[in-house]
Design a protein around this ligand. Structure first.
Ligand code: HEC
Length: 288
């Protein structure tokens, strides 16, 4: 199985070939309509074949990548469906193009190439959701666009340590920055979604990752405090780790009972002076 996974990962590299070919096909089909560029029509026949072959290889690798099992979110399924449809459509179009119909219905291949560009764009969009999360594009857009994507209002700037929400302002953003690639709504490795407090508390496939009774023994904490070369260290696969200060803050948050929907000022267990300094720096509050 490892070999399949190894091959599958090349999906994210190889997919750029059919993408480029599809765009080139559209340009060639458009140009070859003009008298001056009529001779390009024969080149476009080859390009249809290259598109069909490269898309088929990409889709085959895609299914191998999918077998890793962490992409079966709505975006993952849509991405797979549209990618498969695109490859099948390219194969059919290429077969027609090289056949006798290729000449007779030459004018159909411009609209066909436009259809391929549209399919490739939709496929790419859902694929992008898998790598960046479905809210990546609209993160910095006006609120009405954010609302359409199911995002709440942006957090207002934090004015003081006391008024900061311990999850939404402090710990949540660390998870968004360092863990969202693999633990979001779209990509849920180990069935763990760290993008909301509810998701963190729900835990992953091996059960809860936060223990309120024994915070020091929380799976979440142990994963980020292992030696970085340990296989179970998080973030996995050499992704940029949390800073030492961030780990200390998460540890404090766990000891405080993993609170959310409150402010740090209202917590029973207040951070000690050292931790408070780290928290202020993390929140971007200067001095005091
Ligand atoms: C590159 C992808 C990737 C990134 C980034 C990543 N993880 Fe993971 N995580 C995984 C995979 C894969 C697993 C399942 C394999 C394992 O348990 O080691 C996992 C499992 C876990 C588990 C165990 C869940 C369970 O129920 O078994 C925790 C806890 C965890 N990750 C926390 C984090 C935290 C915290 C971050 C960010 C600092 C993070 N991960 C970033 C890929 C990633």
């Amino acid at each position: 199985m490892d070999f399949i996974y190894l091959l599958g990962r090349f999906h994210v590299v190889v997919l750029h070939i059919p993408l480029g070919v599809v765009v080139a096909l559209f340009i060639l089909e458009l140009l070859s309509r003009r008298e001056k560029y009529r001779h390009l029509a024969s080149a476009s026949t080859y390009l249809w074949v290259v598109g069909a072959v490269s898309a088929t290889v990409t889709v085959a690798l895609g299914y191998m990548h999918f077998a890793e099992g962490s992409f079966d979110s709505a975006s993952g399924i849509q991405h797979r469906t549209f990618g498969t449809v695109l490859a099948v459509a390219l194969v059919i179009a290429a077969a027609l193009r090289v056949s006798a119909y290729g000449q007779r219905y030459a004018s159909w291949f411009l609209p066909a190439s436009i259809l391929m560009v549209v399919l490739a764009t939709i496929t790419g969009h859902y694929g992008g959701n898998l790598t960046h999360g479905s809210t990546y594009l609209v993160e910095y857009s006006p609120q009405f666009v954010r609302s359409m994507a199911g995002l709440g209002p942006r957090r207002p700037p934090v004015e003081s340590l006391e008024s900061a929400d311990p999850f939404l302002d402090l710990v949540g953003p660390m998870f968004s920055q360092r863990c969202s690639r693999c633990h979001s709504d779209d990509t849920r490795e180990a069935d763990l979604n760290l993008m909301s407090h509810a998701g963190v508390m729900r835990g992953g496939e091996s059960g809860p990752v936060v223990s309120r009774a024994r915070p020091q023994a929380s799976e979440l904490l142990s994963r980020i405090t292992l030696p970085p070369d340990d296989e179970a260290f998080m973030p996995a696969e050499g992704n940029t780790p949390l800073t030492e200060a961030q780990v200390r803050i998460i540890e404090w948050w766990l000891m405080a009972g993993a609170p959310a929907d409150t402010t740090i000022g209202e917590l029973e267990s207040q951070p000690d002076a050292t931790t408070a300094t780290l928290i202020r720096a993390e929140l971007g509050l200067s001095g005091s």
